[in-house]
Write a protein that binds this ligand. Structure first.
Ligand code: ASP
Length: 291
């Protein structure tokens, strides 16, 4: 039984297969490869893109999807998460897609070895399907990402997108640099910059990140207009540089990325969302059919 807790669960060959399958699925709708499969989603945190993207991916491949709304589930009556999960597994799904505020939850459930566990975002630790769709989007654009430089800009310390992205993209041979004001900067061996201007001429990709206010026990930063003056990705800051702009969403307009920049062809935010479906189709195929 294979799980996806983070991208290190996949071998290099499997990642190459995922990129290949996602590209094939994007070029041509696949047959209903997962016709007899059933997935359950269990999202303990809010989600727009990831949950619907998994559902669309599963349905495009012919799988059935059941959503459990934790705010109306028996976890509210005091049932432990492990018991809720075990009860869902008794209904024999082929996989459970979980999002949780605790870093360790997907690993814990995966270790129960009851069904394939797919991490749809855990705390600030991992968001593997986002990392894979970001990789797919960059591979699609550049062909080869090895040797390219990506600047991750924003609330890096609280971001699971950054955590998974750093692990996967460095593994793929990309140079990752971190750009953030001090309160948003994690401890890291990667090159760190307080000002984007100091590195912008060397980067091929900027990944902008939202301030993860829901993860800040007390406010880390008190003036987001001031923050935007230095970190908002806008046309003035980018000039005519040939830089790809990514963001996992939700975008805080004119704080993370300006309105005008969101319409610029260099900005791939909606392409990332589109690609998310294809990479999740490839992930479901790998986990439910090929492993
Ligand atoms: N949607 C991403 C996540 O779930 C990024 C974000 O919320 O800022 O981590």
């Amino acid at each position: 039984m294979q799980h996806l807790v983070d991208t290190n669960n996949f071998s290099d060959e499997q990642i190459a297969q995922l990129l290949h399958d996602a590209k094939t699925f994007k070029a041509q709708r696949p047959p209903k490869l997962l016709r007899d499969k059933l997935l359950i989603t269990l999202f303990f945190e809010a989600s727009t893109r990831t949950r619907s993207s998994f559902e669309v991916a599963a349905k495009r491949l012919g799988a059935a999807v059941v959503h459990l709304d934790p705010s109306r589930s028996s976890t509210k009556k005091g049932e432990s998460l492990e018991d809720t999960f075990a009860n869902l597994c008794a209904m024999e799904p082929d996989g459970v897609i979980i999002r949780h505020s605790e870093n360790e939850t997907p690993r814990l459930l995966a270790d129960m070895e009851m069904t394939s566990v797919i991490n749809a975002g855990a705390g600030n630790y991992a968001h593997p399907t986002q990392a894979l769709l970001d990789l797919f989007t960059m591979v699609e654009h550049f062909g080869e990402v090895k040797g390219k430089t990506i600047a991750i800009v924003g609330d890096i310390v609280s971001s699971r997108v950054a955590s998974s992205g750093i692990r996967l993209l460095t593994r793929m041979g990309m140079n990752v640099v971190l750009v953030a004001p001090k309160p948003f900067m994690p401890e890291s061996d990667l090159p760190q910059y307080e000002k984007l201007e100091d590195i912008i001429d060397k980067v091929d990709v900027i990944m902008s990140l939202r301030a993860q206010l829901e993860r800040h026990a007390s406010p880390l930063f008190d003036d987001y207009d001031e923050y935007a003056k230095h970190y908002c990705i806008d046309k003035e800051r980018l000039g005519d540089r040939d830089i790809l702009v990514l963001h996992p969403g939700p975008v805080m307009r004119n704080i993370d990325i300006s309105d005008k920049m969101l319409e610029d062809p260099r900005c791939k935010v909606l392409e990332q969302v589109k690609n998310g479906v294809f990479i999740r189709m490839a992930i479901l195929k790998l986990l439910l059919l090929d492993s």
